[in-house]
Structures are given as C-alpha cells and as structure tokens.
Design a protein around this ligand. Structure first.
Ligand SMILES: C[S@@+](CC[C@H](N)C(=O)[O-])C[C@H]1O[C@@H](n2cnc3c(N)ncnc32)[C@H](O)[C@@H]1O
Length: 275
C-alpha cells in the first residue's frame, strides 16, 4: 500500500520519533491526517497507547528498521496483500483433530503468521518448524519460543531435498491467492506416511484451470478429504472467503508427491550440458 504524501511528511518530520518498538508524533495532526496515519500504523501491527508516559503507537516487534524500509519505498506491506488471515480458534481446533499429532511428531507450518496453528501443534508436544515470509511475524514467532526453528523467507523458494528428515505432519493455512502451489510444495517436505491438513479457499473444489483440475485428481486418487467450513469461518480474521479443510494422508499406495516420492525420481542427467 502506498504511504499517502501527507503521512510520509509526518513520518519523516524531524520531531517524529521512530525508535525501538514505537512511533511517537509529538505534535498535533488534523483529524483526517491522523486517521490515515493511524490506519497505516494499525495495518502494520501497531496499537495506540494513550498512557501519559507512552503516547505512541506501540508494535510487538522492533519497528525502526522496518519503518525506515517502508519510508524509503514509499509503501508498506499490507497484511491483506500478504494474505495474512490468522486461523480462527474453531478452525484450529478442527485441524488439530484431523492432524492427530503425537508426542515427538515433527510438524511443519510453512506460512506460520503469528503462530495460531504452530502454538497448538507445540502444545500437542509436536516438534514444530515454522516458515514465514514477513519479518515482523517471523520475529513474533521467535519471541513466542514455540518452534524448534523459524525460517524467515519465501517457503516456495526452499528446497525440500536439502532436508534430511521430512515431517510427520504439515499444518498450514497458506495465502489463499496461491494456495495450491503452497500445498503442492509442502507435500515435498512430508514423510511418506505423513498427514497434511490445510485450510484452502473453497474455489479449489470448482475452479476449471489446469492446476485446480490436476489438484482435484490428486486428492481423489489419494482418498483425500475435503471438509467444507462454515461460510463465516474467517469473518473474525477480516475475510468472507469461503474455505475448506483439506486432509491428505500419505499411507501405503499413495501417489502424493511427498519427500520420498521426490527422492525416488530418477536423477535427470543433463546430457546436453556444455553443448
Ligand atoms: C492466511 S495467513 C495464515 C497465518 C497462520 N498460518 C495462521 O494460521 O494463523 C498466511 C501467512 O503466510 C505468509 N506468507 C505469504 N506468502 C508466503 C511465502 N511465500 N512463504 C512463507 N510465508 C508466506 C503471510 O505473511 C501470512 O502470515
């Protein structure tokens, strides 16, 4: 989202203090301008703390470098643009039921947000690894201390074959705009006998494009389960997108492209290398 010119002027005003976890503007702003700035700072994750000793927007992560980057770019990454819709508790509950995490199971959360799913997986005594593209949310995940490791980066850019030990369980609520690609990539991190439970947009059940058709065939061939969620399941997170839960088990006879499946593919010899 582009930072409006007048908000940018406030943020770069020498009197404005951006430091540690807060942004403080020690001068009066008109009502409209304050509204626009408040909206931006809230979207980034800040909250107004009006106590006399604070009087600043306070963030749950160090905001200084982040704001510097936003100001230099003239824009901020909106939570909606990044597809950040935290999984509501009722959906998390259903997902955990399907995942049957046992003590010591390794669990991958490849688009972990602020950890709604990862937290519960850790409470079930799973050993949880998280991936999250957004540095603010990755920072929060580390602060929570629930994960064995938190990788900040693009999950789709991670190489599954660089991994020695694939995961028993994958729990995910990927960005809805690219959900099939995320789930297909996540399967490559799962053990042959593992289970993947994903929230996906309902459109995967009827979209006519090639990727959606192939995906439905893969689900059917592997007796995957698609469970429709209530229409308002994500209302509390700010979206009316209709969603389903996908459950895939990589048991005997499975054709899912798991980590083992990828390992078993013949190595492609580059016969024309150097020609
Ligand atoms: C729908 S939210 C779900 C958050 C979390 N899984 C939960 O259930 O509360 C999707 C998350 O994926 C992150 N994300 C988007 N693209 C990503 C990518 N390519 N790699 C890793 N994380 C990504 C977003 O920043 C956002 O936090």
């Amino acid at each position: 989202m582009q930072i409006p010119a007048d908000v940018l002027a406030v943020l770069t005003d020498p009197r404005t203090v951006i430091s540690g976890d807060r942004v403080a503007v020690p001068f009066e702003l008109g009502r409209d301008l304050y509204g626009r700035m408040n909206q931006m700072l809230k979207d980034i994750g800040g909250r107004w703390d009006g106590r006399k000793a604070v009087r600043a927007h306070v963030f749950p992560f160090p905001v200084e470098q982040f704001m510097r980057d936003c100001i230099a770019a003239g824009e901020w990454p909106s939570r909606f643009e990044q597809g950040w819709y935290p999984t509501p508790p009722a959906v998390v509950f259903d997902m955990l039921e399907h995942a049957s995490i046992r003590v010591g199971h390794t669990v991958l959360e490849p688009s972990a947000g602020t950890g709604s799913l990862a937290k519960r997986a850790a409470e079930e005594m799973g050993i949880v690894d998280c991936v999250e593209i957004d540095p603010r949310r990755a920072h929060l995940l580390r602060e929570l201390g629930i994960a064995r490791q938190v990788i900040q980066g693009d999950f789709l850019g991670l190489d599954p074959l660089a991994l020695d030990e694939p995961y028993d369980r994958v729990l995910m609520n990927p960005p809805f705009s690219n959900a099939i690609a995320h789930v297909m990539h996540a399967l490559a991190f799962m053990k042959d006998g593992g289970t993947l439970v994903a929230v996906m947009p309902e459109s995967i059940t009827w979209h006519l494009d090639r990727a959606a058709q192939d995906f439905r065939k893969l689900i059917a061939d592997n007796e995957g389960e698609i469970v429709k969620l209530p229409a308002d399941a994500f209302k509390a997170s700010g979206t009316d997108v209709h969603t389903v839960l996908l459950v895939l088990n990589g048991g005997p006879g499975s054709t899912l492209p798991t980590h083992g499946w990828h390992r078993r593919q013949p190595v492609q010899l580059d016969l024309f290398a150097g020609v």
